[in-house]
Design a protein around this ligand. Structure first.
Ligand code: ATP
Ligand code: MG
Length: 220
């Protein structure tokens, strides 16, 4: 479903060059739930952003569900991202001026669905994360765990085949973290392919496979 071949990422600023990823080869199969672990700064977010087509590698090849994306224009990349991928960020990235349900509808605005369909899909996604009683709330009226659940609802509202989660439980206590992981497991059982960055061994153990990174390199 996600194939990375000899992927390298170099960040260049006027003063320094950082090799953030070095010769990465990963093949995530359809329906897999994979976790990524490694020390701070080892390239986990960079790897996830490249898998999610939010960033481009300096070298190497990427395939998403059989499509070789390197020749894609920005517009077709954005389309592929919107159709196939759902993102969950550690810091939630919710829009404070929008209600819960309006936040969840955002990915659907780029599609040709009617406002009634959007609302129905957003309600369905919020039910899945157990937040249908908070639809009219605003982000600042929610707890951290609830915000993360809104972020998950937004990631899944378009029914993406792939979910990429960057430390989705990093800001939460262990009870809430466990609940978030259970939601991800249910989505995986429903067919979603998931890649999750985590610092937590217990969370990684609940996934199918662990990829370890150290200084931009895969360790086996
Ligand atoms: N935009 C950027 N410009 C320059 N260097 C960058 C940039 N983004 C990341 N880096 C560098 O690339 C390396 C990998 O960063 P990345 O954010 O992928 O790490 P990480 O494993 O996600 O760390 P953390 O666990 O702290 O989130 C780091 O050394 C970082 O300083
Ligand atoms: Mg990171």
């Amino acid at each position: 479903m996600i194939k990375l071949e000899n992927v390298e990422k170099v960040y260049r600023t006027s003063a320094i060059e950082t090799l953030a990823l070095n010769n990465i080869n990963i093949n995530v199969r359809k329906g897999e739930f994979v976790s990524i672990m490694g020390p701070s700064g080892c390239g986990k977010s960079t790897l996830l952003n490249i898998m999610g087509l939010l960033d481009t590698p300096s070298k190497g090849h990427i395939e998403i569900d059989g499509s070789k994306v390197e020749k894609y224009t920005d517009k077709s990349l954005a389309h592929l991202r919107n159709q196939k991928l759902g993102f969950i960020f550690q810091s939630f990235h919710l829009i404070n001026d929008l209600s819960v349900i309006d936040n969840v509808e955002i990915p659907l605005l780029y599609r040709t669905s009617s406002s009634k369909d959007r609302r129905e899909l957003a309600q369905e996604a919020l039910e899945k994360v157990g937040l249908s009683n908070r639809m009219k709330h605003f982000p600042k009226q929610l707890s951290g765990g609830q915000k993360q659940r809104v972020a998950i609802a937004r990631a899944i509202v378009g029914k993406p085949e792939i979910i990429l989660a960057d430390e989705p439980t990093g800001n939460l206590d262990s009870a809430m973290g466990n609940e978030i992981l259970s939601i991800l497991q249910q989505l995986n059982e429903g067919g979603a392919t998931i890649v999750m960055v985590t610092h937590d061994d217990a969370m990684a153990k609940r996934t199918h496979r662990l990829i370890r990174l150290f200084d931009g390199t895969q360790v086996f």
